[in-house]
Design a protein around this ligand. Structure first.
Ligand SMILES: CC/C=C\C/C=C\C/C=C\C/C=C\C/C=C\C/C=C\C=C\C(=O)SCCNC(=O)CCNC(=O)[C@H](O)C(C)(C)COP(=O)(O)OP(=O)(O)OC[C@H]1O[C@@H](n2cnc3c(N)ncnc32)[C@H](O)[C@@H]1OP(=O)(O)O
Ligand SMILES: NC(=O)C1=CN([C@@H]2O[C@H](COP(=O)(O)OP(=O)(O)OC[C@H]3O[C@@H](n4cnc5c(N)ncnc54)[C@H](OP(=O)(O)O)[C@@H]3O)[C@@H](O)[C@H]2O)C=CC1
Length: 329
């Protein structure tokens, strides 16, 4: 049985449960698609229904969580998509925070009839990752996909950023991505192959003001993506990054002044003239996690409507956003 696990979690739970991906992109109901089939060298289920049956049983651990105060997040979009898309019924993910984990897992069970497993991890603590992975493997016997999405961010000029603030973001984003990837490699991917999708950002491409901490952290993850793709390719592991632009309805959007940018018409500078939405990130993540991207590794998929090419990068404007109430933590 195919399984998709999406995790992460600082201080609470992770929900893991099975996923059955059918006809995700091709609309061919008779030819189910299972995540990660080609990554382990099995025939492409898009082409071969027998292979699809054989490929069932995938697990995915994305490091995305659902904050208690915010009912929406990028990782959650994958779950929303899974519930809304024919053929994705049964797909869900890991959720963090005590209250939302219970609510979301109930919703998933009700909608899919599939199993959900709550576990917890702090991506800065390899031992907590190892414990979560052990629990997942004990329950499902396999893990196929890791989505590294845990992150910390806030607007702050470098001159005001403390040494510890910089380190904190590097620890969550960069170290967290390495820690989780390495634990998965050692415990399962080395011998079975797998797929890793790292969620990054476009911040470093033009040196975004007030974002040296997050930009440096995400740039390091994109470098890590290439290194690991090269080293782990022979183990049938694909490693890619996904760099979203401003995505409405998310914590990042709130913290970085998305509302203010929207109100002041800043998004009209984006070639597609709007912020992105969570479903668009979910589609892109699923592309990178599916056999449709079976020959793609070591690259970054930018999903930003062309934003980084054209959006203003004004120090003073961003200082204004940082001091506005819309960007307060
Ligand atoms: C989305 C963009 C929308 C609009 C943009 C609008 C206009 C711009 C135009 C164009 C932009 C172009 C592109 C942008 C596109 C995309 C943006 C991309 C990136 C988004 C990335 C994200 O990651 S969003 C994720 C946000 N979610 C979280 O951060 C959740 C998790 N966060 C946390 O846990 C905390 O906030 C934490 C990161 C601080 C970590 O918590 P903890 O471990 O408990 O650490 P603390 O002890 O609290 O703090 C540690 C040190 O950090 C200092 N600190 C904390 N907060 C701040 C702050 N706000 N400012 C400065 N310093 C801070 C703290 O003081 C500690 O340091 P000490 O020296 O005091 O010890
Ligand atoms: N929103 C946007 O417009 C953009 C977002 N991104 C990226 O997308 C991803 C999701 O962002 P978004 O949904 O906005 O933000 P969220 O804050 O909702 O997601 C980040 C999650 O990381 C978790 N996390 C933080 N520290 C740790 C830790 N030590 N261990 C485990 N989990 C941890 C948080 O969990 P908890 O809730 O428990 O604190 C939080 O839920 C991030 O990687 C972000 O950098 C990139 C570009 C733009």
């Amino acid at each position: 049985m195919p399984r998709l696990i999406i995790t992460h979690i600082k201080h609470s739970e992770l929900v893991i449960h099975p996923v059955r991906l059918k006809t995700l992109f091709h609309g061919q109901r008779s030819q189910p698609v299972s995540l990660g089939a080609l990554s382990r060298g099995v025939p492409d289920p898009c082409q071969d229904p027998r292979a699809a049956r054989a490929a069932r049983g995938k697990l995915c651990i994305p490091t995305w969580a659902l904050p208690a105060q915010h009912p929406v997040w990028l990782g959650y979009a994958v779950q929303e998509l899974s519930l809304a898309t024919p053929g994705l019924a049964g797909c869900s993910q890991a959720l963090s925070s005590l209250s939302w984990f219970f609510q979301a897992s109930k919703k998933l069970v009700a909608a899919t009839g599939q199993q959900c497993l709550p576990v917890s991890m702090d991506v800065r603590q390899p031992q907590s990752i190892a414990a979560a992975v052990d629990e997942a493997l004990q329950e499902f016997k396999r893990i196929d996909i890791l989505i590294n999405g845990a992150a910390g961010n806030f607007l702050c000029p470098a001159s005001a950023l403390s040494f510890n603030a910089f380190k904190t973001v590097i620890d969550i984003d960069t170290m967290g991505t390495f820690n989780t990837s390495k634990v998965l490699f050692e415990k399962y991917f080395r011998d079975h192959g797998g797929i890793i999708v790292n969620i990054t950002a476009t911040l470093s491409y033009r040196g975004q003001a007030l974002q040296v901490h997050a930009g440096a952290a995400k740039a390091a993850i994109e470098a890590m993506t290439r290194h690991l793709a090269v080293e782990w390719g022979p183990n049938k592991i694909r490693v890619n990054s996904l760099a979203p632009g401003p995505i409405s309805g998310t914590e990042g959007f709130r913290r970085l002044g998305g509302k203010f940018a929207e109100q002041s018409k800043q998004f009209s500078a984006i070639p597609l003239q709007r912020a992105g939405n969570k479903t668009e990130i979910a589609h892109s993540a699923l592309f990178l996690a599916s056999p449709l991207s079976s020959y793609v590794t070591g690259t970054t998929l930018v999903v930003d409507g062309g934003s980084w090419l054209t959006s203003p990068n004004s120090f003073s404007a961003l200082l204004g956003i940082a001091s506005s109430s819309s960007a307060k933590l």
